[in-house]
Design a protein around this ligand. Structure first.
Ligand code: MD3
Ligand code: FE
Length: 203
């Protein structure tokens, strides 16, 4: 099933379900090399979401700001590779939403325990705003907050579940968005957490 959330935004419900276990395994292999960490905002506050990356470029936040870097600052090593199945799944999802030839070079791994949240923000650190972002959600459900082009714009609440894939491009690419505090629960495959994988073209 696919639903449009307005121009450029599409939800592919259950698109990742069949591959969820293999994708989770691939991502967890990478986390053995580049572990999860709670990054600091430029203002010096610890984020509630734990993060890591895979791909040629990884997104980081610290007191210096937000940016993409080719090495994990914790290890000094390159980030692990994007699991092949995840990469292919993101490309077919992007094509389905109308974005052919999407070549992600970055995948941010977000892990939410109950209570973790992501406040309303725009994704502006990528060089090519013509490329979409594909997001894959695994584990506990969440309420996705989808705003407009301005922070003050009204916010839609959208329930996102295990296996849902969302594609954001075109006019939706710079819309404000966030995640409401994740509720307690225990997912049979993923446990007491929510994973979100966002595939991006950073450079
Ligand atoms: C809409 N992550 O990592 S993914 C992020 O579930 C982020 O962890 C959330 O926002 C999460 O930056 C939401 C969905 C998403 C990602 C990028 C977008 C929605 C977007 C860019 C533009 C508009
Ligand atoms: Fe975002």
């Amino acid at each position: 099933a696919q639903e449009s959330l307005g121009e450029g935004a599409m939800i592919l419900r259950g698109w990742a379900l069949a591959d969820a276990e293999a994708i989770l395994h691939g991502v967890e292999q990478g986390l053995l090399q580049s572990g999860l960490r709670q990054m600091l905002t430029p203002g010096g506050r610890k984020m509630s979401v734990a993060m890591s990356n895979c791909g040629a470029w990884g997104w980081i936040s610290d007191k210096q700001g937000y940016r993409y870097v080719s090495r994990d600052p914790e290890t000094g090593q390159p980030w692990p590779e994007i699991p092949t199945l995840l990469l292919r799944m993101a490309q077919t999802a992007a094509a389905k939403a109308g974005f052919a030839s999407f070549i992600p070079d970055a995948c941010l791994v977000n892990v939410y325990v109950p209570g973790a949240r992501m406040s309303l923000h725009q994704d502006k650190d990528e060089q090519d705003m013509g490329a979409p972002i594909v997001s894959v959600s695994l584990g506990l459900p969440a309420t996705f907050l989808f705003g407009g082009a301005e922070r003050r714009d009204q916010v839609q609440r959208i329930n996102i579940e295990h296996g849902d894939v969302l594609v954001w491009g075109g006019p939706a690419r710079l819309r404000y968005h966030g995640i409401a505090p994740v509720k307690m629960g225990d997912h049979p495959l993923v446990g007491e957490r929510r994973l979100n994988l966002t595939l991006r073209k950073a450079r």
